[in-house]
Structure formats: C-alpha cells, structure tokens
Design a protein around this ligand. Structure first.
Ligand SMILES: NC(=O)c1ccc[n+]([C@@H]2O[C@H](COP(=O)([O-])OP(=O)(O)OC[C@H]3O[C@@H](n4cnc5c(N)ncnc54)[C@H](OP(=O)(O)O)[C@@H]3O)[C@@H](O)[C@H]2O)c1
Length: 308
C-alpha cells in the first residue's frame, strides 16, 4: 500500500517515520516524488494544488492534515472518495491554549495596557471577575467544545452555539439560526470556531457585531472567510467593539497593505492558533489507514453535503 504525503507546511520526514513505524508494509511517498500514480491508494494532504488528487486513479481515501477541509472540497476535481478531517489531541490542546490566552488578554485588558504603555499612561482599573464575564463560542465541534470546556474550567460564564444542541458541562447551549441572536446578545467575548461552509461564510458581519453588547471583543480562529473585514473595522472605529484577535485571513499571508496590520485594536497572528504534531496525530491517521485496508468507514469522515 502506498500513501501520498503532500503538505507545504508539515514536516514530511517526521510524518514518514511516524507512519511507517505504525503501519507495517506502508510505503510513504513524499510529493512530488510520487512514483507510479496508480500505486497510490491513500492521500494525506494539506493544501494540495487544485486538480492534483485527480491524478491518482486508485485513490481509496483522502486524509486531511488539517481540521478544516474547506480548501479540499473547493477543488472541483477532488476525487469522490471518503474524506476525513484531522482530529489530534495536540491540535485540540493548542487551540484551547490560544483561545484561553486570547480571551484572558481581552478580559484582563492586556490589549488596553499595551496601548497605554506606549502613551506612558498609568491606566489603573479593576477588570471584572471571570465569573462575571460571558464568553460565547461559535462551533462546538472537536475544537470548539474543548475550548469552551477550558474557558468554563477557568471560571468564565460560557455559552456555545452550534447547529444541534449540546450538553457540555458549564456551557449553555444555543442551537440554530433561531437562537443565534440570543446567543450573541449575551456574549461579551465572541470566539469563532466554525467550519467554513456556504452557511457560515461571512457570519462575522455587521449584523452579528450589532447583536453583541457594546464593548464586546471578537476572536476569529476559524477561517478568514468567516469575517467581513470592513464590517469589523467599522465596528471597532465606532467604538461598538473594543478589540479583536485574528489568526486567519481571507488572504494568507496577510498582505503588507492590509489595514488590519496597523489597527491598534486588532492583534494579528499568522494562522498559528493550533497545530498538530506527528507524534500524536499519527495514531489517528494510522487508525484510518487500517480502516481503509479493512474496508471500514473512516473516523471523522466529512459529510460532503453538509460541508464539514
Ligand atoms: N486557526 C487555526 O490554527 C485552526 C486550526 C484548526 C482548525 N481551525 C478551524 O476550526 C474549524 C473547526 O474545527 P473542528 O474540528 O472543531 O470542527 P468540527 O468538529 O467539524 O465542528 C464544527 C462545529 O461547528 C458547528 N456548525 C457547523 N455549521 C454550523 C452552522 N451552520 N450553524 C451553527 N453551527 C454550525 C457544528 O455543529 P454540530 O455539532 O451541531 O454539527 C460543530 O459543532 C475548522 O473547520 C477550521 O476551519 C483553525
């Protein structure tokens, strides 16, 4: 069995070693040294060039190296074989860390102190207790549920919004479009962890910001296409929103001319909120390779009609 490994961002040699140690007889071929395309049965990929996966006539499954598969399903030539997204304890843990850090930075006003320090201003003020701060997480999947649980464990009042209702300890569940406004209305720090689909594209827009209380913060760690950037800048300029943390952008790398770079109320990070490491992620990938060999359905298989 030959597996194609294709990623501009992941460590190919470490993945090669981790997979061959876990799956006896597996041959890992690192793109572009693919050998005979007809021998490739599984593709493990992140951001392959559009059309590339159509070159492998005997492909049985596509395993994504990322949790988000929006880039893959946007390829009109993507082979119609089962597709699984990445679920990895390191990915989940690092996302939880980033979200907690970003929420605490706004909650404890470090964003404001960064600005007042530059003005040599002694801006003494008491922030509210975590128990008096409401944090809303959009998307309660693998990453959102864990992040929400971590925030609840820290003592915040946590609300979550998803397509179907959820029972997560310490997290008030809101579901569907009909409950979105109530969720937003109660949310002081909004975290977006939705997958990018036709339904969620542009969801962080003027109407969403207007539904948040005055002085709210927005943290986007999902996809850049969730955010309408000009609406965010307008809401920050008007003072309705107090700040934002953005890890993902419509265009990545964020171009030097983007006004987001120099907005003092926005923290920009370069799509680093979470990352998987082969040491932990290879267990799940190996389990899925075994399932392909056994003709079983994949773990974490994407529902292509739903888009996630
Ligand atoms: N910045 C980074 O470094 C980074 C890293 C990894 C992932 N991400 C992003 O994070 C996203 C989430 O990952 P995940 O693994 O947590 O995804 P997931 O397990 O597929 O969970 C998706 C969640 O979103 C909810 N949802 C989907 N469509 C919805 C809609 N129209 N309305 C309301 N809720 C909706 C789902 O609701 P149900 O549970 O009811 O189905 C589910 O709770 C990825 O798609 C990716 O874009 C970013």
């Amino acid at each position: 069995m030959a597996l194609l490994f294709l990623s501009p961002d992941d460590p190919a040699d470490a993945w090669h070693a981790a997979l061959e140690a876990r799956v006896p007889g597996l041959e890992v071929r690192i793109w572009p040294e693919t050998g005979d395309p007809a021998e490739i049965e599984i593709a493990l990929v992140w951001r392959p060039p559009p059309g590339e996966l159509a070159r492998y006539p005997n492909l049985k499954a596509i395993l994504s190296l990322g949790a988000g598969i929006d880039g893959l399903v946007a390829d009109p030539d993507l082979p119609d074989v089962p597709l699984a997204r990445m679920v990895d304890p390191s990915l989940t843990r690092t996302m939880g860390e980033y979200v907690l850090l970003a929420v605490l930075r706004h909650h404890r006003e470090f964003d404001r102190f960064e600005r007042t320090q530059r003005a040599r201003e002694w801006a003494y003020a008491f922030p509210p207790q975590a128990a008096d701060r409401r944090v809303g997480v959009m998307g309660l999947g693998e990453l959102g549920a864990a992040a929400a649980g971590r925030l609840a464990g820290h003592g915040f009042q946590v609300l979550g919004w998803s397509r179907s209702p959820k029972a997560i300890e310490g997290v008030a569940s809101y579901a569907g479009r009909s409950e979105l406004h109530n969720f937003l209305h109660r949310t002081e720090i909004l975290v977006c962890l939705l997958p990018l689909t036709a339904e969620t594209e542009g969801i962080l827009d003027a109407a969403t910001f207007a539904a948040l209380p005055h002085g709210a913060f927005v943290i986007n760690v999902a996809r850049g296409q969730h955010l309408v950037e000009r609406d965010l800048v307008a809401a920050l300029d008007s003072g309705h929103l107090a700040g934002a943390t953005l890890d993902v952008f419509r265009e990545e790398p964020l171009p030097p001319h983007s006004p987001l770079w120099r907005n003092p109320k926005i923290l920009v990070t370069p799509h680093v909120a979470s990352y998987s490491v082969p040491d932990t992620a290879a267990d799940g990938v190996a389990a899925n390779i075994d399932r392909v060999l056994a003709g079983k359905p994949l773990l974490h298989q994407v529902d292509r009609a739903r888009g996630y």
